[in-house]
Design a protein around this ligand. Structure first.
Ligand code: SF4
Length: 180
């Protein structure tokens, strides 16, 4: 008897001794369950992330326990905390150094909208400088909410067509952020 829960197989055709599905779904399944997050934590939301990584919540259960502090070896940028306008270009540089495919999770009110800091020095949401895939509300969001955000990212990763990153729509999105 084991408590380990295996992920469900993607939709496909099964028969005696074989299972067939599309390459997109297999790649999506593998990527979604082996995310390498880069925690870009600047303030209190980062503390909630530490709790999310620790034993009570254990992000390792979702295959995402291997944190990366190098953008070149990360595919999920988790932005947690207040981002000042001075910090904006640095955050954008980190994003640009990540290889495709890459995803972005904005954790908490500050990363999402600037939060309570409606001031001249604070970026009013990181989506002003980089595209965001999933937003986690709250000040601070509890670890359960951060995990929910990871699950929504996993849904996107699982269902992303392999050609999406080469599509005109994706290029248009990047161009709208001045990224060629
Ligand atoms: S959203 Fe709240 S808890 Fe998170 S960084 Fe901003 S002030 Fe801190």
């Amino acid at each position: 008897m084991t408590d380990v829960k295996l992920v469900d197989a993607p939709a496909g055709y099964t028969g005696e001794g074989f299972f067939a599905t599309s390459l997109d779904k297999i790649v999506g399944l593998a990527r979604a369950n082996s995310l390498w997050p880069l925690p870009f934590a600047t303030s209190c939301c980062g503390i909630e992330f530490m709790a999310t990584m620790a034993s009570n919540y254990d992000l390792g259960r979702f295959g995402a326990e291997r944190l990366s502090f190098s953008p070149r070896q990360a595919d999920l940028l988790m932005v947690m905390g207040t981002i000042s306008k001075k910090m904006g270009p640095i955050l954008k540089q980190v994003y640009l150094q990540m290889a495709e495919p890459r995803w972005v999770l904005a954790v908490g009110a500050c990363a999402t909208t600037g939060g309570i800091f409606d001031s001249y020095s604070v970026l009013q949401g990181i989506d002003r400088i980089i595209p965001v895939d999933v937003y986690v509300p709250g000040c601070a969001p509890r670890p359960e909410q951060i995990i929910e955000g990871i699950l929504r990212i996993q849904d996107l990763v699982k269902n992303e067509p392999l050609r999406r990153r080469n599509s005109p729509e994706y290029k248009e999105l990047l161009e709208s952020y001045g990224i060629m």
